[in-house]
Structure formats: C-alpha cells, structure tokens
Design a protein around this ligand. Structure first.
Ligand SMILES: NC(=O)c1ccc[n+]([C@@H]2O[C@H](COP(=O)([O-])OP(=O)(O)OC[C@H]3O[C@@H](n4cnc5c(N)ncnc54)[C@H](OP(=O)(O)O)[C@@H]3O)[C@@H](O)[C@H]2O)c1
Length: 282
C-alpha cells in the first residue's frame, strides 16, 4: 500500500460489495485515499478490478471488524502507513430476517456484534486522533429501518435503532471538538444485501402461526424489490457529508426512505402504524 499523504484518507468497512464497494470507487475517483475493508481479502477482487477499469487506486485491507484483537493489531499499521484517518464510514452490516418470537438470542447477539458493537469498536479507534486534531467525520450507515420497523425485520431494525441512538449521542459528545457523526438512512438499493441476509434458523418452520403472514409478506416484498435503486446515490450522499463543514445528523437516501420517514413525522402514530401494516402484511 502506497499512501498519498497529500490526499484526505477515508476508511470504509464492508468494501467487498454493495454500498461499501461503490463508495470506495466513487471517493477514489474524487481524489481521496481510500481504504476498504473486508473480513477476507479474497473477496476484494471485484473492488480491485473495478478500480483498475476506472483508473483509480483503492487500498484493500483484510480486517475482521468483529474482533477486538484484530482491530487492535491491524489499525496501528494503518495509522503508520496513512497518518490521519479523516473520515470513517461504518458501512459493514447485514440483515437478520424472521418473526421475533423465534429469532434466537445468539442470532441476535451476532447481528449486534456487527451492526452495532463493531461500529463502536472502529469509531473508538479513530476518535482520539480526530479529537486531538479537532476535525473528522464518522459516517454510520443506518437504514430507513432505523426510523421505522416493519414485520419480520425486527432484529435488523432494532440493531439500526441502536445505531441511531449511539450516533446521535456521540455527535453531541464530539461536535464541540470539531468532529461530526452523521447517519445515512438508505431505502432499498441494489446490492448483495437481500442475498446475504441471514434467515433466522426457525423462520421457515411451516408450523409457525406466522406462516401465512410470512407468505403474504414475501409476496409484497417482491414488489418492493423492484424499487431498488443504484447505490451510487448513497455514495454521493456520503461524499457530501465528508465534504461538508458541519453535516446534518440524519441523511435519508431514496424515495422509500424519504416517504417513510416523512410518514413517521407527519402522520398520527396510529394511522402511520396501520398504513405500515397494510403495506407490508395485510
Ligand atoms: N442495500 C440496501 O437496500 C440497504 C438499505 C438500508 C441500509 N443498508 C445498509 O448498508 C450497509 C451496506 O449494505 P449493502 O447493501 O451494501 O450490503 P452487501 O452488498 O451485502 O455488503 C455488505 C458488506 O458488509 C460486510 N459484512 C457483511 N456481514 C458482515 C459481518 N458479519 N461482519 C463484518 N462485515 C460484514 C461485507 O464484507 P465481507 O463479507 O467481505 O467482510 C460486505 O462488504 C449495511 O450496513 C446495510 O445495513 C443497505
């Protein structure tokens, strides 16, 4: 890895696919030093070849963000090589699907390891230098499901609601030092997310009382999937946050996200919940 010490450095977790990959490429094209992580460097092949095609460089980094020991071992090497990290994009994450009655506590803990605790771990590693420098951006990729919760996505939604609380509180703590935390709240985007989503072990048990509702949900969801849009829209929002002197805390991206969040704010709670139920299940 040869770092360009003149350019600002952005570290993006979960860069092997989807939003993380496209954001690496987009920011590299904008002239940033970009470091993209994956738990297995073998999964970074697409990122490298697409960077080649675009004539840019992205620095791949094998890092299991879920491991304290690994983050403590690898990150000092990153600081040595790149100096400052100007922005951290906590993007890595996945979905866990199934009725909450049967999601196991272990499945839930593993989800929170990545979607919440790894975000805190990575942030705690980069924050001290940002606070000292009085500058830096932490961009946390949340979801529209961090603002509203649909059936059978309760595990995932609760991890994103946790991320929202963590980010809002941290932003109050660090903004006096010139460091800003921002939440990106995408709607539906074309990535590996749906294919990589974990189904709770008991989710498809035909004896569950929820089975007919799961069927209806799946039918509805196929329609929603057609609405998925190009993740470069998310990359552009991330770029805007990184460039902004004082970014806003929350950034919905995509029509479904704007519409859903506006519904939570403008409609009476009972009406909004009824509409959400109708749209997803009934
Ligand atoms: N796509 C959407 O519609 C959508 C909507 C709202 C929010 N989001 C959020 O956007 C972020 C990126 O998702 P995506 O749609 O780009 O999904 P994706 O295409 O599946 O990519 C997910 C990335 O996260 C990493 N990752 C997945 N599980 C991990 C784990 N257990 N530990 C560490 N890293 C893990 C993967 O890296 P490795 O497997 O290579 O380590 C991969 O690079 C997520 O936080 C997701 O919740 C997505």
């Amino acid at each position: 890895m040869v770092a360009n010490r003149e350019a600002q450095t952005v570290l993006i977790t979960g860069a092997s696919a989807g939003i993380g990959k496209i954001t690496c490429l987009y920011l590299a094209e904008k002239g940033y030093n970009v470091i993209g992580t994956s738990r297995a460097s073998s999964r970074l092949g697409d990122l490298y070849s697409e960077a080649d095609q675009r004539g840019v460089t992205v620095h791949g980094l094998e890092l299991d963000i879920n491991s304290d020991a690994e983050v403590q071992r690898v990150m000092p090497e990153v600081f040595n090589q790149f100096g400052e990290i100007h922005a951290l994009v906590n993007n890595a994450g996945y979905g866990l699907w199934g009725p909450l009655e049967i999601v196991s506590i272990d499945e839930m803990k593993t989800l929170f390891e990545t979607n919440v605790f790894a975000v805190l771990r990575m942030t705690q590693v980069v924050l001290p230098a940002m606070i000292e420098r009085r500058a830096g951006k932490i961009v946390n990729i949340s979801s529209v499901l961090g603002r509203l919760a649909t059936p059978f996505n309760g595990a995932y939604a609760s991890s994103k609601y946790a991320l929202e609380g963590l980010s809002e509180s941290m932003n109050h703590e660090v903004s006096p030092f010139g460091v800003h935390v921002a939440l990106v709240e995408p709607g539906l985007f074309e990535t590996e997310f749906q294919r990589s989503q974990v189904r709770a072990q008991r989710a498809d048990d035909p004896n569950l009382a929820y089975a007919p509702y799961v069927q209806r949900y799946n039918d509805r969801h196929q329609t929603f999937d057609k609405l998925a849009s190009d993740p470069v829209k998310v990359a552009k929002v991330i770029h805007k946050i990184i460039r902004s002197r004082r970014p806003a805390l929350r950034h919905p991206v995509g029509l479904e996200s704007h519409a859903g969040i506006m519904g939570t704010r403008l409609l009476p709670g009972r009406l909004f919940q009824w509409m959400l139920g109708r749209a997803t299940l009934k």
